[in-house]
Design a binder for this molecule. Structure first.
Ligand code: FPP
Length: 263
């Protein structure tokens, strides 16, 4: 097994403690291979709030704030796709007040950020089952999708009411339906066909998956797509995640040796 080598410059990722500033790091990172598709599990909002004696919803709010600069930096780096786990199919199990607060934050974030996202050339897409979200969230999403449709910059893929197992089950259902209707032969079913029935059809698989808050699990996120994705885990909680953490992650990625099962 080869361990990932993290090249460390004089900048160590902690703001205010570096002889090499984030801008210099950004320039260095930009000269290397930039991952096309980065996925992030935005985890740790609840712990961040608890550490400060605040309600969990304050953690989610701080998480939404953290997102703003990360999106901007991802676009500046030339990352093509940023897939963000914003609400899972399992998150409905949380107390109603927390679910409502998360839905409210989404509406607020899209409302406040849309103009800036449009200007930055960001295109927004949703994966999951947005049709099951509250009407206000749906209409705000539709507005955001419409307003950013013709942008050709960073694609922000929001995973909302998303579950990896449900995505695979949906793909199986669609494939079997075609087969039963006589539009598909069993021998047509291969990996490419499955891939083309996922919510992410047409997108490359994530190159890099970032998980803040130190958890070592995948939490039902992009189960099919992460077969050969590089993982980067940090103890930093999502509300404390800053652009320089993204730079650290990309720098670590650039030092990985990706062999996709080959030599
Ligand atoms: C997981 O942290 C985080 C979520 C379930 C929600 C993520 C949502 C946001 C960052 C804000 C809204 C999103 C957008 C796109 C505006 P957790 O609550 O499980 O944290 P914990 O494990 O510390 O309890």
């Amino acid at each position: 097994m080869r361990w990932p080598v993290v090249r460390r410059g004089t900048w160590d990722g902690r703001e205010g403690r570096c002889s090499e500033g984030p801008d210099q790091v950004k320039e260095t990172v930009k000269t290397g291979h930039i991952p096309r598709h980065v996925a992030i599990i935005m985890d740790g909002n609840g712990r961040w709030a608890r550490q400060r004696g605040l309600p969990r919803t304050a953690g989610h709010r701080a998480g939404a704030e953290a997102l703003r600069e990360v999106v901007k930096t991802a676009a500046q780096l030339g990352i093509e796709i940023l897939t963000l786990y914003a609400f899972s199919t399992e998150n409905w199990k949380r107390p109603r007040a927390e679910v409502e607060a998360l839905m409210g934050l989404l509406v607020e974030y899209l409302g406040k950020e849309l103009d800036r996202l449009v200007k930055e050339g960001v295109r927004i897409q949703v994966i999951g089952h947005p049709e099951e979200l509250p009407p206000q969230v749906r209409s705000e999403l539709e507005r955001a999708l419409e307003a950013t449709r013709s942008n050709d910059g960073l694609l922000v893929n929001l995973a909302l009411n998303y579950g990896g197992r449900r995505e695979i089950a949906d793909a199986i259902r669609a494939i079997v339906k075609k087969a039963l209707e006589g539009n598909l032969r069993l021998e047509d079913i291969d990996e490419g066909l499955v891939q083309s029935h996922l919510y992410t059809a047409g997108l490359p698989d994530p190159d890099l998956l970032i998980r803040p808050s130190g958890e070592m699990r995948v939490s039902n996120f992009l189960l099919w797509q992460i077969a050969y994705t590089e993982f980067w885990v940090t103890d930093v909680l999502w509300p404390d995640f800053r652009p320089y953490h993204l730079l650290e992650a990309v720098r670590a990625y650039q030092a990985r040796d990706r062999r996709f099962g080959g030599l």
